[in-house]
Design a protein around this ligand. Sequence first.
Ligand SMILES: Nc1ncnc2c1ncn2[C@@H]1O[C@H](COP(=O)(O)OP(=O)(O)OP(=O)(O)O)[C@@H](O)[C@H]1O
Length: 259
Amino acid sequence: MAFLQLNCISQTYFSKRSSTTALEDISLSVRKGEFISFLGPSGCGKTTLLSIVAGLFPPTVGSVTLSGELLKGPHPKIGYMLQQDYLFPWKTVKENVLLGLKLRDQQNDRHISKTFSLLKEVGLEGTLDMYPTQLSGGMRQRVAFVRTLATNPEILLLDEPFSALDYQTKLKLEDLVSITLMEHGKTAILVTHDIGEAIAMSDTIILFSKNPGRIIRTFKTPETLKRLIPFEARHHPDYSMMFQQIWEELEQIEQNDSE
Ligand SMILES: Nc1ncnc2c1ncn2[C@@H]1O[C@H](COP(=O)(O)OP(=O)(O)OP(=O)(O)O)[C@@H](O)[C@H]1O
């Protein structure tokens, strides 16, 4: 049985005068521990699909199951991290990272010390009493990452979490997130516009076309790249080959779209 299963999902947004079919007939199986990326042109439904997996709203058609159980809304085993960090500026780093535990009434010594050790793992042990405005963008995203991990979700949904960062910080965070998720045995789905990021971080890349959003290709990352951290993977010859393949496929999608 697949860990996470998306079954024939379609999503149509309705307004008074029109309707938009954002996704059509999306089926997908995700293994435990797998790192998947959703890649595709703007408007192909990546965020819509991630929101459905996060249980923010049910799909118009189809379903999502987690270990065979039908998802009916947000699930404690699924954590969501967005492009913007959404930290509360009036709360300290400590208060921000413990927020999820507090809301779930799980703020006991064991969970608190686990969260603090996660902060240490991401190099932020000295920031507990600081406020988000005192931190850089990269540091804030690391705090948001720890806050997402603090409640111990098994699946992390990452919606362009690095896109607002400068290039160097983004590369460093890719490594950090990749290593941390692997060490903790997490499953992840990353939404990105960045072909290189998708190749360097994922086991599987799902390519979407748009109008409506459909899966058009699934790429498996070669073992040679999976063994490497993202920064090293970017320098491997297999990375360039895969980049070229995906680039051509995306060009084709754009060409078909404009015809
Ligand atoms: N709440 C909404 N109401 C109506 N239409 C929507 C809504 N959200 C998204 N859409 C439409 O659904 C389609 C898919 O949007 P979505 O944001 O999921 O795509 P995306 O691939 O994540 O785009 P981007 O890469 O630009 O973030 C688009 O045509 C968009 O305009």
